[in-house]
Structures are given as C-alpha cells and as structure tokens.
Design a protein around this ligand. Structure first.
Ligand code: PMP
Length: 436
C-alpha cells in the first residue's frame, strides 16, 4: 500500500484535509517511544518531526508544567516575569552576533515566527524583496508560504506575496549546475547568489534579507559546508541585506550544536526558532539583533498568546536540559550522529538503493533511488513499503526531500543509543529486502 492509500484509512475520516496523514495514531508517548491505541510500542525516530528535543513527557518538563499551573498561565498581551526570564535565557544561548545582544518576539508556531520576520525586515530595511532558496520550507501562511518551495504547498494557493526570489541551495547529489562535488556545487550556488544581487537586469535590486536554513530540513536534509554560508553572509553584507537563519527545524541542538548556523561561524542578524525549543508544547519566535529590533515600534506586532505560561515554563526547562553540564546532550548528538551516519554509510556500500547519506547530528538524510546510475528517486509506492516495513518492525520514520525520497533520521536528542542502533540496522534490513 502506498502512503497515500494508507492516509485514506477509516480512522482518518474526520481529520481535516491538508494536514499530514500517517498510518499510526498516537495514544501515549514517553521519551523516544510512542504507543498506539492498541498498545503497540514504537521507537519514534521522528521526534514528532524534530520537535521532542528532550523526549516526550520528560519528568522535569512535567514537573515544570505542574508548578506553573499553580501560578500563572495566560498573561495578556503584556509581559509576564516568566516571559522576560525566557527572553533572557534565549538571548544567552543565541549564536555569536545575537548572543546577549538581542530581543525576542514569541509566537506559537514556526510559520507565525517567519511571518513576523518578513514584516520586520520590511520595517527595518525599508526594502521589500527577500531571497530564499530552492527546497526551502519556511511555513505555510501567505507571507512565509511565499518563501517555501514545493508544489504541494504552493499549487493553486497563490498568488503569494511579491518580492520573493528563489536561488539554488547546494544539493550536490543533484546539482542543478551539473557539478560533481559538494565544493563545486556550493561555489556555483554562492556565485549565483552574488550574481543575482550584484547584476543589473536580474530584477533583484531591493533585497532586505536573505533567508536560509543552515541545514535544509524539508528540502532533503542538506548540510552545506561553512564556506558556503560564509559566502552568503558576505553577499548580504556587501548588498546591505539582512541574514536570517531559519532554525525552526535545525535548532535546539539537533545539528550537534545549539544552532546549525554555528557550524559556520556566521553571525545571523535575525534567527527564527520553534519546534525543539518548545518540545511537548507550542513555542516559537523570532530573535533580532538589538539595534534592528529597536526599529520595530511597541505594539505594532501584538500576539495574544505569546509565551503562554506553560509554553514558557516548558521552554525554560528544555533549554536547561539541553545546555546543562556544558551542553552534554548536544555534544552527545554530535558524536552519536557521526556514528549513525558511518553505520548507514557502511550499510550503503552493499545496498544499491541508498544513493546518498548526509547531514549532521540527529539530522541525517538517507536518499533512496531506484538506480544509482540514473539517480531515479524512489516513488511513493516504494517509500510506502519502506515506511510500512519499518512500522511493522516498530520504528516510526518519515520522509522529506524534493521527491519525497529522503528518509530523515531525526530522533529525540535523548534517544538511547541501543534504539538508534536498532533503528538504523532495521532500516538497512528493510532496504535490503526490497524487490527493485
Ligand atoms: N521553518 C522550518 C525550517 C521548518 O522546518 C518548519 C516546519 N517544518 C517551519 C518553519 C514552520 O513551522 P510550523 O510548522 O511550526 O509552522
């Protein structure tokens, strides 16, 4: 059965169209595992799509929720002491350039953080164009959805906001310039961006910001080298455009550093976060360098539920867990991520349908192809066989990528090593057993 057919199952009858459909219903969740209503236990290698950074129902998170429910939940549109504490804590974990020199606007989802970021860029720079990248995912609202690429998110939903230009993101395995190495592909992409910004008649003459995922998520788990991001930053500086790092998926320690941009040393002007900072509860936001944030007038971007008591209390606890003992959990992710990648790469030597294994930390992409020579991507039926094969063995995985053919290995940061080993071995087993 293909994933699409599975999405038509009777259990999904009353579910809104448009949301993702997946053949497992979650009933309970703890740590790196979830149970369905029939009591079947699964290892969740998706962390609820890169959300449960410290695992589900972490005891300290549960305790923080209990404590906060006895104190203050909703605070109105003005600040709560907890929201102020959280803004300060977030400032302390920002990458260089923003660290201890920033202001954070809280939102309830990545999409609304990005929506605000677009408006802030316009207000701060007085410019209206934004450059984003092929394969980008920056949310689904009308503004941020304009930055997102992918037919499923765009077709028949337009027109989108004007002034968005898309440039190539380094995807060496399928380089649009036909280059043969990661470095050459990155070189061409950086050249192209500079050409766009620098050349009359490209129509790109009013750029307020370049927005980039330092490791691309939905677009296929692509991790460019530091030099590429440094060249993007250099182009931004040269042309007076702000550099926005969208860390909604790659942040909160997932890449093996708190923020994926930190692998490059690039100092972003604006950073958006979400998913793993809130974990079990909705939390997202946009952080701006102080001198930029000062250009946004008070009250110009209200948000009723921003940093709700529970969201703020949980985020504070999540950040504590991520950063304590000198970022021990994040360092674990960097080390174990390399081990898993090596294990998968080794397996790929004999399994012909693995075209590429890439990524950093717990953000590993495994690109599946019908033929290594032609690189023809796995279709929905084959991906369905992989996802179902893994579910039958008790492991939840979800795909991503421009052709939907990239398995993403994105477990909770706290996932026990034995689960990670088991899940990667089972994946190799399932791939080896496919009849292609
Ligand atoms: N930016 C990135 C990089 C994302 O991966 C996502 C979600 N996949 C978003 C923004 C949007 O976040 P949300 O689904 O919370 O609106």
């Amino acid at each position: 059965e293909s994933l699409k057919q599975l999405g038509e199952a009777p259990e999904f009858e009353s579910m809104a169209r448009g949301a993702g459909r997946f053949p497992v219903v979650y009933d309970e969740g703890f740590g790196a595992t979830v149970k369905d209503p029939d009591g079947n236990l699964y290892i969740d290698i998706t962390a609820g799509v890169a959300v449960n950074s410290v695992g589900r129902l972490h005891p300290r998170v549960v305790e923080a929720i209990h404590k906060q429910t006895g104190k203050l939940m909703h605070s109105s549109d003005c600040s709560s002491s907890l929201r102020l504490d959280l803004a300060k804590k977030i400032s302390g974990i920002m990458p260089a350039g923003l660290k201890d020199n920033c202001i954070t606007f809280f939102t309830q989802s990545g999409s609304s953080a990005l929506e605000s970021a677009i408006k802030f860029v316009r207000k701060i720079t007085g410019r209206s164009q934004i450059v984003a990248f092929h394969g980008a995912y920056h949310g689904v609202h009308c503004g941020c959805g304009s930055l997102t690429t992918g037919d499923q998110y765009r077709k028949d939903f337009g027109p989108f906001i004007p002034g968005v230009i898309h440039a190539p993101y380094p995807y060496a395995y399928r380089c649009c310039f036909g280059t043969k190495s990661q470095e050459q592909c990155e070189d061409m992409c950086a050249n192209y961006l500079e050409y766009l910004l620098n050349t009359p008649y490209t129509g790109v003459d009013d750029v307020g910001a370049v927005i980039i995922e330092a490791q691309q998520g939905e677009g296929g788990y692509l991790a460019p080298n530091p030099e590429f991001l440094q060249r993007v930053k250099a182009s931004c500086e040269k042309h007076g455009a702000l550099f926005i790092a969208d860390e909604v998926q790659s942040g909160a320690g997932r890449s093996g550093k708190m923020w994926a941009i930190e692998h490059s040393g690039v100092e972003p002007d604006i950073l958006t976060f979400g998913k793993g900072i809130g974990g079990d509860v909705p939390m997202a936001g946009v952080t701006l360098r102080k001198d930029l944030a000062e250009k946004i007038e008070d009250g110009s971007q209200p948000n009723t539920f921003a940093a709700n008591g529970i969201s703020a209390a949980v985020s504070m606890t999540n950040i504590d867990i991520l950063t304590e003992n000198d970022n021990a959990l994040i360092k674990r992710v960097a080390e174990l991520g390399e081990l898993i990648k090596d294990r998968l790469k080794e397996g790929a030597q004999k399994i012909k349908c693995i075209g590429d294994v890439r990524g950093r930390g717990f953000m590993i992409g495994i690109e599946l192809v019908k033929d290594r020579e032609t690189k023809e991507p796995f279709d929905a039926d084959l991906m369905g066989q992989v996802i179902m094969g893994m579910l039958n063995k008790g492991v939840i995985l979800v795909p991503c990528g421009r052709y939907g053919n990239v398995i993403r290995f994105m477990p909770s940061l706290t996932t026990p090593k034995k689960y990670l080993d088991k899940a990667s071995d089972l994946l190799l087993e399932v791939l080896e057993s496919l009849d292609i």
